[in-house]
Structures are given as C-alpha cells and as structure tokens.
Design a protein around this ligand. Structure first.
Ligand SMILES: Cc1ncc(COP(=O)(O)O)c(C=O)c1O
Length: 413
C-alpha cells in the first residue's frame, strides 16, 4: 500500500507529496483499498460472526459508509456514534451499544432503533435500560458484559478487563445480574460480552478471552439461563514497529478448541486491526532546532492531531515523504506547549529542513478520532485514496481572517 516511486512516498497510486501540496498539513490519508482487504481477511477468519466495527477507532463518515457497504455492523458507545451508525445505513440489528456511562438519550435511541444488543456494564444499568425500553414501548435486548479479571499484557491505559477496573460486571455479580434481567419486564437477555483491552499481541491473552467466555457460557446455562450469543469484543493489536503480531486467522485457531461445542452466535468488535494500517498522517516540518547535542524537528501537528504517543507512549514509524540519502537521528516534536508533545525520539530521517513533509504510519485507528483543538489549532484534514485517485473527506481549516498577503502554507497554523 505504501511505496517509494522515484523517491516519493505513494499510497497505492497517489503521491503523498501531491496530497500535502494540494490539501495542506496536518492531513490524515486513508487507503480504502487496504480497508476493503483487511475487512475481507478478518471475515475469512470468522465467516459466521457479525463484525461490529468499533466506531471509536475512527468514525469518519466516508469510512463508516464504506464499512456499512462491506456489510459490517457497528459497536457504538455514545449518542453521536449511534446516530452516525444509523446515518451510515447500518441496520439496527447489526448495532451493539457499549459503554460504562450510557446517557439517557443513548438508551432511548438504542431502544427506539431496536439495536441488536445493549451490553450492560453494571447491575445498576438494568433499571435504566428497562426505563428506556418502557418509555419507547419496545423491548430491549441486552447482554451482560463480564469483567473477566484478566490482567492483559498491554499498556495500563488500554487494559479494561483486569480486577478493579471500572468496566464490566465482576464475576460475583454476573449471575445475580442475569437473574435481575430475567425478572425485569421490557428487557430480553441474549448473551455475554467480554472485552479485555486493546492492542493485544500475546496469544495467551487472546486465548484467555475464549477460555473465560466458554466457562461463563456453561456456568450461565447450568444456572438455567439461555445464552444465544457471545460478543467477544475487540482488541486485536497490530505491529506498529517490529513487535510480533497475531493475525485474525491465528486468533480464530486459538479460540476454536474453547468455542467449538458452545453452539452460540458470535459478534466481534474489531477497531484497531481493521483501520490502523489504513491511514498515514502527513505533517510538515516547521522548524529544525539543534540544541543539547540533539536535533529537534518541530512539525505542525503533535498531541493535538495524534494523541497516542503522549497518552500511551506509543511509537509509530515515521518516514520522509521525499527520500534522501544522508540520514541523521532526530527527535520529532509537536507544536504544543507540553513536554509530552513528542511524537518520538531517535528517528533516522534525511537531514531535515523546514517545509519537508513527514508521514506517520499506522494512524488510521485512534488518530483522527482522538484529535482535538488544544492550543486552538484546527483539526487535521482527511483524504481518501482509491487506486490512483484521491478525494477530500474533511477540511482542516476553520474560517478565520489572516492578515492580508499571508496564506496558511507558511507554518502559521
Ligand atoms: C467494548 C470495546 N469493544 C471494542 C473495542 C475496540 O478495540 P480495538 O480497537 O482494540 O479492536 C474497544 C476499545 O477498547 C472497546 O472498549
């Protein structure tokens, strides 16, 4: 998907330099061909599961429409995401609603739309869900989100299934919660949900999900309650640098021995694995500072456009858009007034100059969706690439008066 042609980085058939010149920077660029391929790979591994794409990873409307066209469902966690899923044409019976603090408005719209399932995050949510169902006069189907009590080997901020986490229903409350649901008019119990965390790379963590789910399906059935469906959550990681990663097919093989005889329908909620490698972020070098024996390359977007390095200590590959011979180690830093605003240290890049364009790789997930307006900067633009054509998906400027004779290309943003 990314390759140099005559020393210029291309996404499929499109020059990323041309996009930077035409659209400006910072700009996210997504390959729709890669997205299609990744959805197909995922589906081949789980041919009978509903793939409910996790909107939090990237909810850009053109991407959502493409995924709906590829017959993906939606995992949503807010009123805005539910509205986006309905607007993208996702049938309500392919939408699952997650979250530990669902607003009344989200509960009401979920009930009125008739979503596939609301994944209950707390026993305390049961009367609230019942209220929404009663208010709109339509029964609501619910799953119980189990906190599996597993300490996954991922960044602490990405770990949500560990003991003490504020997500999910702890083991001792699972059966009482199901009993409460069965006794509650307007609610229909369908099954179980688990989500261990994100950027999972270790086979033992991934396998643990199936082991826990299989245990709970049997336990709940032994207690006399039916389990029709299991929602295995998302979390499959990707290799941002050199780390060994799992494939969907490998996950399917890890799960098979545990799940084979359970006779349940499956829902999966992948976000990162589907969309992260689809996107790059184009940034322009504003200024190069040599100090303290280091070279600081200050670019025109940092934690405001890509929060992951500051929030999770994440490291992304950064490539020059125009390849050069001599390289030197540099620190790539953002423009915001925070010491944490560092995209990464010790990158080997061609001797940098103001105006150079850099590409940050694998930013399709949790990139634009976490972008913010810190320091009153504009949101980045977004561009879609199909084969050798591209189109603007969203713009990066807000209407604002600049002094006469100045334009935005000179690092003024
Ligand atoms: C409930 C739930 N499902 C799915 C996801 C998507 O995870 P990922 O993008 O790692 O696949 C998340 C994100 O952490 C989540 O909280």
């Amino acid at each position: 998907m990314l390759q140099y042609r005559d020393d210029i980085l291309h996404m499929n058939g499109v020059s990323l330099l041309e996009i930077a010149e035409e659209v400006g920077t910072p700009t996210y660029v997504y390959s729709f061909d890669t997205l299609t391929r990744r959805v197909r790979t995922y589906r081949q591994a789980f041919p009978h599961a509903l793939i409910a794409y996790a909107y939090k990873a990237n909810a850009t409307p053109a991407i959502l429409a493409h995924l709906a066209h590829l017959d993906c469902g939606a995992d949503v966690v807010s009123l805005g995401e539910l509205q986006a899923a309905l607007a993208a044409g996702v049938p309500p019976d392919k939408i699952v609603v997650n979250g530990n603090a669902k607003s009344d408005a989200l509960l009401l719209l979920a009930a009125r739309a008739g979503v596939r399932a609301l994944n209950l995050d707390a026993r305390e949510e049961i009367p609230r869900a019942a209220w929404a169902a009663q208010t709109v006069g339509r029964p609501l189907t619910v799953n119980v989100r189990i906190n599996p009590g597993i300490d996954a080997k991922t960044h602490t901020h990405l770990r949500v299934g560990a003991p003490g986490s504020h997500f999910g229903i702890p083991p001792e409350d699972v059966l009482p919660a199901i009993r409460d649901i069965m006794r509650t008019p307007h609610l229909r119990f369908r099954g179980l949900h688990v989500h261990l965390g994100s950027q999972l790379l270790h086979p033992e963590d991934v396998e643990a999900i199936a082991r826990v789910v299989a245990h709970w399906v049997r336990t709940v059935r032994q207690a006399g309650y039916p389990v029709e469906e299991v929602d295995m959550g998302g979390g499959l990681g990707i290799a941002y640098t050199e780390e060994p990663a799992l494939t969907p097919d490998r996950v399917a093989r890890l799960w098979a021995p545990h799940m084979r005889d359970l006779d349940v329908r499956w829902v999966l909620e992948p976000g990162r694995w589907l969309i992260a490698p689809v996107g790059v972020l184009l940034l322009r070098v504003v200024q190069v500072k040599r100090a303290w024996g280091r070279t600081f390359v200050a670019v025109d977007g940092g934690m405001n456009v890509l929060l992951r390095p500051a929030l999770y200590g994440a490291r992304h590959r950064i490539w020059p858009v125009v390849r050069g011979e001599a390289v030197e180690p540099v620190d790539v830093v953002g423009p915001n007034c925070e010491s944490a605003d560092v995209l990464g240290r010790d990158y080997l890049l061609p001797t940098p100059r103001s105006g150079d364009v850099l590409a940050v790789l694998d930013v399709g997930a949790y990139g634009y969706s976490m972008a913010n307006r810190y320091n009153l900067r504009d949101l980045p633009a977004q561009v879609g690439v199909w084969g050798d054509t591209f189109a603007l998906l969203s713009v990066n400027w807000l209407p604002r008066q600049l002094p006469k004779g100045l334009d935005r290309s000179g690092g003024l943003a």
